[in-house]
Design a protein around this ligand. Structure first.
Ligand SMILES: Nc1ncnc2c1ncn2[C@@H]1O[C@H](COP(=O)(O)OP(=O)(O)O)[C@@H](O)[C@H]1O
Ligand SMILES: [Mg+2]
Length: 476
């Protein structure tokens, strides 16, 4: 729901619910009073009493304008009586403590009682001729400046007071329910709007304090949910950029440290040989040739090391785009085997391909990069071969979801506990290190490229009997 709609609904509820409660209260009151108390709400009665009171007030004004004579005047008396006939009220006019006029049907006893009650300022109704009357007395000043008072007797139905109380109860019901509903609605509103905002504020504080890990959960109304999701997006981007920066820093450190460390060894030997030549140690053409050849080998070693470093660094930073192509699996590996056949044969190693694919024929790879993976693995098999007759087999299999490529050799194998570590950058087993043939980046590069293909790479060691490097790639 959006905030605007919620506000409209809540505001409407704030009015409608109290009205409904008030209506129900009124209904219950009417029902209870008529069913159990035998009283009617008596609106008509109430109206009548109000009407009578206003009529009597008018009469007071008329009386105040008149003098004794006119009050005793038959004409005026009949005017009063005609008015009283409409209202069914009664009147007593006192002047200087003497009753100047009283309605005809008030007998002497009732008259005395009324006067007494009026003097006592009693508010009790008086009972005359089967009817209750309320007494109200108004002081007046006659034209001759003498004072007196007019006493009105207003007939009250026995339930007229009940209507007043009914109105009061209904009003109380309305205001009480209005207050209650307002409180509930405000609470609900604050829960739906303010609570998510306060959560967002908390998250913003976290980010301000450098904690970019606390996820912002979407909650509340549409606008606030959108705000939350934008905020979350911002958090992720910020986190990524910080992560990227750390990665760049790491990468830079890695390059500097490896250049200074790993390139130092071949550089030192080149320096040594060059110095030897300069000092005239290579004093025969054979020696000179040997020195120069060594320098050439070392230079090539450095070159390939630097290439590895740069490639790894670029892959690590995601700077190398992959160009995926649908490729015939068998054709591709046949070519790889063919390509490395001669070099391997030179080291007395045989290579063969075993294709166990049933259904799949193609996979999606970046041919150039994937070739690099295979070459790195084959190069290791060659480097770490310790048998007179080396054997490398590339098995290709498939399961439900993946194409599995296993490159198995019969070389030295890897210690069981190191099978995971060999994919770390710069990892070299001690024996390999002593040979110092590689950069220690070959498998790290292979892993980066395979992961760039959304695949997995791992190693199985067959201690002393060889190593399997296994790659799984999703089928297409
Ligand atoms: N086929 C293999 N047989 C034995 N050891 C291997 C094999 N492949 C990799 N290794 C071990 O894993 C280490 C890491 O390999 P790699 O990342 O290619 O680095 P590098 O070849 O430059 O030493 C190697 O130094 C070696 O100890
Ligand atoms: Mg290697």
């Amino acid at each position: 729901m959006d905030i605007k709609r919620r506000l409209i609904i809540y505001n409407t509820l704030t009015i409608i619910i109290p009205l409904i409660i008030t209506a129900i209260t009124a209904f219950i009151l009417t029902f209870v009073s008529s069913e159990f108390l035998g009283k009617t709400i008596g609106y008509n009665n109430f109206k009548k009493v109000t009407f009578i009171n206003s009529e009597l007030l008018n009469m007071t004004k008329d009386i105040a304008k008149s003098d004794n004579k006119s009050i005793e005047d038959e004409h005026f008396k009949s005017y009063l009586e005609s008015k009283l006939a409409i209202t069914q009220g009664k009147i007593i006019i006192n002047k200087n403590g003497i009753v100047l006029y009283s309605s005809k049907d008030i007998n002497n006893i009732s008259l005395e009682n009324t006067l007494q009650q009026s003097r006592d300022k009693s508010r009790d109704p008086i009972f005359i001729n089967d009817t209750y009357y309320s007494i109200s007395s108004f002081p007046i000043e006659f034209k001759d400046k003498s004072t007196g008072n007019v006493i009105f007797l207003t007939p009250i139905g026995k339930d007229s007071g009940f209507f007043k109380r009914f109105i009061i109860y209904v009003l109380i019901a309305f205001f009480a329910s209005y207050t209650l509903v307002s409180i509930i609605v405000s609470y609900a509103l604050s829960k739906k709007i303010l609570l998510p905002i306060s959560l967002l504020k908390k998250a913003a504080d976290e980010i301000k304090n450098g904690n970019l890990d606390s996820e912002i959960v979407e909650s509340g109304d549409k606008e606030i949910r959108e705000l939350c999701s934008n905020f979350e997006e911002m958090r992720i981007k910020l986190k990524d950029s910080i992560h990227m920066k750390t990665k760049y820093d790491d990468n830079r450190k890695m390059l500097v440290s490896s250049i200074s460390h790993d390139l130092k060894t071949p550089l030192t030997s080149i320096e040594g040989y060059v110095q030897g030549i300069l000092d005239g140690v290579a004093n025969s053409p054979e020696k000179l040739e040997h020195y120069l050849k060594t320098i050439n080998v070392k230079t090539k070693q450095m070159d390939s090391m630097i290439n590895d470093l740069l490639l790894y660094s670029k892959l690590d930073l995601g700077q190398i785009p992959f160009n995926f192509e649908k490729t015939d699996i068998d054709e591709y590996f046949s070519y790889c085997v063919e390509e490395s056949y001669v070099i391997l044969k030179h080291s007395n190693i045989d290579i063969k391909l075993e294709n166990h694919l049933d259904n799949s024929k193609y996979f999606l790879i970046d041919r150039e990069r994937f070739r690099r993976v295979i070459l790195n693995i084959l190069d290791n098999s060659r480097k770490y071969m310790n048998k007179d007759r080396g054997e490398i087999t590339i098995f290709i299999r498939e399961n439900n979801l993946s194409i599995i490529i296993e490159i198995r050799d019969n070389g030295s194998g890897i210690d069981e506990e190191n099978t995971n570590k060999i994919f770390d950058r710069f990892y070299r087993s001690d024996s390999a290190r002593s040979n110092a043939k590689g950069s220690g980046l070959g498998l790290a590069i292979a892993k980066q490229i395979v992961e760039g293909h959304k695949g997995k790479i791992w190693a199985n060691s067959h201690k002393d009997q060889g190593t399997s490097i296994i790659i799984s790639l999703a089928k297409i």
